[in-house]
Design a protein. Structure first.
Length: 230
């Protein structure tokens, strides 16, 4: 099972108003274990950054001037996420921006490249209705250290999201382990029962039983050669 935890930073809140992605990060988990494989780039948006957005992530247009455009890294990014489960906090936001960027290139939506998209904000609201479920609140709830998150950053947020998701779904993992353990215990019990009940000696057939058996084999041989007679 391959999962990519993804986050983006943008020039503003609304892709429909022409806002662009300026940072993308994804971290990879395989079978619920972090790998050393990750994707992280800053992007030149070719437009101004809203002041409110810059206060959130601290990324300046000056810093981005020598960075690649989305079109320059699109193939590499799509290869990175291909066939994986894409796990995002407030997925409609990031997916909307990604699809807007892909649309500018006349490329299919991101949904065509990934196996599934999982929205951890939706999942958190189902698990914790009526409570704050932003990333900071979930870190506090699950005891995850987010002290280095003074500003939003795509790579750090993707790493924190991976920790949050693992905590959110740990019960499912425990259930699977319990089921496997129960099956193992049941199998061990059956094997122990067989061991306890195994015969202490081999009982040979008496003459009458052997004659009955030979007669039965002769009946089988009427339809052709009987290998048991050989």
């Amino acid at each position: 099972m391959r999962q990519i935890f993804l986050d983006t930073e943008t020039t503003g809140l609304y892709h429909a108003q022409g806002h662009r992605i300026i940072e993308i990060a994804g971290v990879e988990l395989i079978n619920r274990r972090l790998t050393n494989n990750h994707f992280h780039v800053y992007l030149n948006p070719d437009r101004e950054i809203d002041e409110a957005a810059q206060e959130v992530h601290g990324i300046t247009l000056e810093f981005l001037q020598d960075k690649p455009r989305f079109a320059d890294i699109a193939d590499e990014f799509l290869q990175f996420v291909a066939g994986a489960d894409l796990i995002i906090h407030n997925a409609p936001f990031d997916i909307g921006f990604l699809n807007a960027e892909l649309s500018r290139m006349e490329q299919p939506n991101i949904e065509h490249s990934v196996l599934e998209i999982i929205d951890t904000l939706k999942l958190a609201k189902e698990m914790r209705p009526g409570q704050r479920n932003n990333l900071d609140a979930l870190c506090r709830h699950y005891g995850i250290d987010n002290s280095s998150r003074t500003l939003h950053g795509a790579l750090l947020d993707a790493e924190l999201l991976a920790d949050v998701y693992m905590s959110m779904t740990r019960g499912q993992e425990s259930l699977m382990i319990d089921m496997m353990d129960s099956s193992s215990i049941a199998l061990d019990g059956e094997l122990s029962k067989l061991a306890r009940n195994k015969p202490l000696r081999i009982l040979a057939a008496n003459e009458f039983e052997q004659a009955e058996h030979d007669q039965y084999l002769q009946t089988l041989a009427k339809g052709g050669a009987c290998i048991w007679s050989q």
